[in-house]
Design a protein around this ligand. Sequence first.
Ligand code: FES
Length: 367
Amino acid sequence: MSDSSNLPGQHGDGTGESRGAVDLSAGHHLEASPDRLPAHFPNPGLPPHQHRHGDDDPAAAKRYERQVASLFLMSMVATVLFAVAYFAIDDQSVITLPIIGNVLALHVALGVTLGLSLLGIGLGAVHWAKTLMSDEEVVEERHPQRSSEEDREGFVAILEEGAESSQIQRRPLIKYTLGGALGLFAIPLGLQLVGSLGPLPGNDLSTSLWDSRINGRKRRLVRDPEGTAIRLSDVTMGSVFHVLPEGIDETEQPLNEKVKASVLLVRLDEAKIKSARQRSWGIDGVVAYSKICTHVGCPVGLYEQQTHHLLCPCHQSTFDMTDDCKVIFGPAKRPLPQLKISVDGAGYLVADQGFAEPVGPSFWERG
Ligand code: FES
């Protein structure tokens, strides 16, 4: 226990409340009293070195070396099994585990093998440090910015000393198995980063339901979600319609078919439309554009009537509807694709053809 005569009085925040203190040198908790706080806490330091068999027994050191190498080997085997499981196990296979119940076999296999792989590296490193590495305390003083040449040389010398102390040069079994374990561990990372990105879209984003006809005639534009057809006269100046193609059957068509075909329909003052193609692909100033943002695919749903700007709420890409929906702000790089529309014999808006460009974000094969 500390001598109370060595503990000068300190009164903290002046609230009169007493505070507890810990005497680290003795490991005891002092009674809460402002008069008994120590001036500073002693550095507990490292525990004293305890003799290990490997310190002076080459046979024991060799045994530890093999144990460490075995753990790194376990990691290597688990990593290889991870890669095998990634390709060999069907991603729909389900197994039943006690307590947990039904789970995908692939997830279990990847989790267990990746866990064992990391465990092998971790246990190997800890066992190596505890049995063979030096436990001398090394102190590096802080210094401003670039060190002096002398310090830099000293640092290199310390590194070399550390390498020597870890015995990595003298123990090739550990060196190579650790290299193998860490090197192979790049495989699961690479597989997850590259192999699990999903299939390339191919032609999928270049086509939509607007490309096909229904009962031999062009598809009408219908309100989302009501499904009612829209007449040209319904689209008054300033109004905005969220539109889908006629004939979407949600029980038959996958959700992405509906999403790909979603469109925003507005009426603009024809005199404000800057592009001749945009004008000719609309009718009387009524124009239709894909709602899928060309940045990363969020729905672009905020229309600003005064400026005729369309805003994507995800990352604030802004498209100018009077200028062929070109990007005027934000991370998107392409205009929104336009849908060419006209009016059928009954006065309803119809799509003449699908989008001229793929909808949504950029991708590698996009022309
Ligand atoms: S998805 Fe539209 S701005 Fe990012």
